[in-house]
Design a protein around this ligand. Structure first.
Ligand code: ADP
Length: 259
């Protein structure tokens, strides 16, 4: 392996140092430090309001942060003109699917590669067709979002993010807005993507999914990272009292849901 390639493989894809984010007087992120390797799947979990969404939004520059450093693939994520470079590397899937309502699924997926990457419509459409097939929506590709279920819309949103061939894909509670019967189909698609080597950072309340898919779990509380561990360690013997309490509450809730 040549030196350049070696250093690229060894450099973490995401590097966050002393990140701080305030909303007015309120400190939403407090000294966040995290490195994520290429190809890693990270489940970001923690109680509501702990700062998970704020963290992923800072990585994508949807929020400006107040102090610290974020680098993605060696590019400093900062609001000083490199927004386009950051967005080209980082895809995001939201709780609400944010599809264009007047466009077909196919058009929704093909649009950004044409507008941002300069692909021809023919190439972008071919890529979009393949991606929609991959997320199980080949036969629905000409439908508009309103003609699709929530789970199907979210799968279109995932295909749309993948169409930009991002190095990093951020998911902000991708199944929270879905009816329970549609959660599984979306999680299956994310699990499939996780196997392809794209780096994933997933904010989720689905503990069994986090356990199954993540390489590491990052547990947050009150704007801080409290614990980082492989899922088997985290779920079987969490180091912190806070994580123990959280896992207890979450697994009781999951049992109630599946009962
Ligand atoms: P989580 O994703 O873990 O539920 P968030 O990152 O959404 O948490 O929110 C962290 C904290 O920051 C919460 O207390 C929330 O109320 C607050 N917060 C989030 N967005 C804003 C905003 N735009 N203005 C003010 N406070 C906010």
């Amino acid at each position: 392996m040549d030196t350049l390639h070696q250093s690229q493989v060894q450099t973490p894809l995401i590097r966050i140092r002393h990140l701080q984010k305030n909303y007015g007087q309120f400190q939403a992120l407090d000294d966040i430090n995290l490195e994520v390797r290429r190809g890693e799947v990270i489940a970001l979990i923690g109680p509501s309001g702990s700062g998970k969404s704020t963290l992923v939004r800072c990585i994508n520059l949807l929020e400006e942060y107040d102090a610290g450093v974020i680098e993605v693939d060696g590019i400093r994520v900062a609001n000083d003109g490199n927004l386009a470079r950051v967005r080209a590397e980082v895809g995001m899937v939201f709780q609400q699917f944010n599809l264009f309502p007047h466009m077909s699924a196919l058009r929704n997926v093909a649009l950004a590669p044409v507008r941002v990457r300069g692909l021809s419509w023919a190439d972008a459409t071919a890529r979009a067709e393949a991606l929609l097939e991959r997320v199980g929506l080949k036969e629905h590709q000409h439908k508009r979002p309103s003609q699709l279920s929530g789970g199907q819309q979210q799968r279109v949103a995932i295909a749309r993010a993948l169409a930009m061939k991002p190095e990093l894909l951020l998911f902000d509670e991708p199944t929270s807005a879905l009816d329970p019967e549609m959660v599984e189909e979306v999680l299956d698609v994310i699990q499939d993507i996780a196997r392809t080597g794209v780096t994933l950072l997933i904010v989720t309340h689905e503990m069994s999914f986090a356990r199954k898919v993540a390489d590491r779990v990052v547990f947050m509380e009150r704007g801080r990272i409290v614990e980082v561990a492989p899922p088997e360690t985290f779920f079987q013997c969490p180091a912190s009292e806070r994580a123990r309490a959280f896992i207890g509450t979450s697994s009781r809730a999951e049992r109630r849901q599946s009962a």
